[in-house]
Design a protein around this ligand. Structure first.
Ligand SMILES: [Ca+2]
Length: 80
């Protein structure tokens, strides 16, 4: 990331109903953009890379719900 180019990451607000019980409180969904904010093609939707950060492993139900809600490409979802 180049901080001189503007904000490249934001915490995404997704509906709490997407999370399995107990997972929402411990999870942050971060979205990254791959362009400078000053680039004419900057979208600002922070969906180029999306990372879920959680203390515990998330259920596949939650991951699938978030992927679907954000219209991400499911084949590119990686669970670490
Ligand atoms: Ca984008």
């Amino acid at each position: 990331m180049n901080i001189d180019g503007g904000v490249h990451v934001a915490e995404l607000n997704v509906p709490p109903s997407l999370f399995a019980a107990g997972e929402e409180e411990q999870t942050s969904i971060l979205g990254f953009e791959d362009m400078f904010t000053t680039d004419p093609e900057f979208e600002g939707d922070y969906n180029d890379v999306v990372v879920a950060v959680s203390q515990d492993q998330l259920s596949m139900t939650t991951i699938q719900n978030v992927v679907n809600n954000l219209n991400l490409v499911p084949d590119e979802a990686v669970v670490v």
